[in-house]
Design a protein around this ligand. Sequence first.
Ligand code: ADP
Ligand code: MG
Length: 492
Amino acid sequence: MSELQEQLRGAIEGRSPLVYIYSPEEERIVRNIRQLAAELENRPVHTWSAVQGIDGANDDTTDPVVALQEIIRRPVDGIVILNDIAPFMDNPRVIRALREAYQDARIHYQRTIFMICAELSIPESMKKEVQLLEVPTPSPDEIAVQVHDYITAHPQYHVPEDAVPQLIMALKGLTENEISYVLNRACRIENPETDQLMDEVFAEKKNVVKKSGFLEFSPPRWDIKGLGGLDNLKDWLIKRRHMFTQESVDAGVPIPKGLLMMGISGCGKSLAVKTISSLWNIPMFRLDMNLVFSGMYGSPEEAFHRALKTIESVAPAVLWIDEIENALGLDDSGQRISSHIFSSFLTWMQEKPPLIFIAATANKITALPAEFLRKGRFDEVFFCDLPSKEERESILRIHLQRNGANPDDFDFKMLQIMTDGWNGAEIEQAILAARTDAYYEKRPFNQRDLTNVMGRIVPLSETMEEQIKAIRKWAFSRATPASKFGRTAVHH
Ligand SMILES: Nc1ncnc2c1ncn2[C@@H]1O[C@H](COP(=O)(O)OP(=O)(O)O)[C@@H](O)[C@H]1O
Ligand SMILES: [Mg+2]
């Protein structure tokens, strides 16, 4: 028996006459109710809608009040499904008819009335009588059945056998209809590779999340090879790349929960987060807290709650929160502007489903309260310092190549010295400026252009020496260096 059937069975056997099923998946629920009813001594099932009326009724029962009266009049046990009755619930006569049906069923019969609605609107005055069932999207077991049925029905599509477990897990969070839509689209690719199938699934998840508003899909476009230095951090990410799989879940391997990267700005924290999606092959969504706080989606607390629910529904996924100190309503000194959001986030981190990975970055680290960094919240807290000379060379190479230059034509000894104290963003800027200068003269850029530009740039670290010292001191005891050349102590 599937999870959904267990839920429905609980409602029937609990004998609550009125059950409100909050779900957009009418077909799936009706089918499951019918299957269950057949198993439960063949209980009759009747359906009603405002267009069809009660199935099999002789009279016109499209009016919900008439329909409910008809239901009360028939002295039978069984199950009645009311489809989309929610919009009628602002009518006092409908409320009254529901209450009478409730009382009638309580006294006389074994009858369950299921109301299936895609929106949640139970009138205040009915809350005591109505039992609410929130039905999640299909469980992995149900998805497995659907995928296998699909593959059996379509032998002409060559879905690779080893892609199936990953596919099943990736499809979690989609409705049954969305899943068949994705399967139809994905499987038409001739001899699809696992990655192509995943891309289709990601695309569909992106659509689901887009409807919610404040979660932004971050495309799996960033290769970890484009991140220079930060070897400790990269090793950490690479070691965990196969952990978000059904096998790991089944094997009981601890699934990574989250990562916090803090440190000096322009050193690749946001870039590092962006690489996770393609490295781990799971979709990533950035939570736009400005939109949450904007009031466009109701109160910030409500909007935040909804964002977390949405991300839960599309797990496995990475939730990216950039500059979390601003995001969680903390001001510079760590005072909470919105304590409610902060504490509900901490609670959620403890209780969230396992297949959501939180990737957070922070620049103003002194704004982070100690309880946030407490062991167990994040699997690891990394500190990104200014790049070492070796790291500056790899960053230089990456951006030279990206800008069409041949790194072998450059003198790295010299460039390493010139970029002492620079962050990655400044190195990138210098290369872009050199390229622009040379482009103006219609020629490729060279060492000379680069050193000219570098002579003019004043790195942030020169003007912010004191702040950087303070950041390092703070990070020394609290974080693991992201770089293998890190100067800070390891305490994790
Ligand atoms: N370690 C690095 N390797 C490659 N590029 C880097 C690195 N650090 C910074 N950059 C460049 O600078 C840009 C800005 O860096 P970003 O990741 O936004 O820094 P942060 O989030 O730490 O402030 C990046 O998009 C990238 O182009
Ligand atoms: Mg950033």
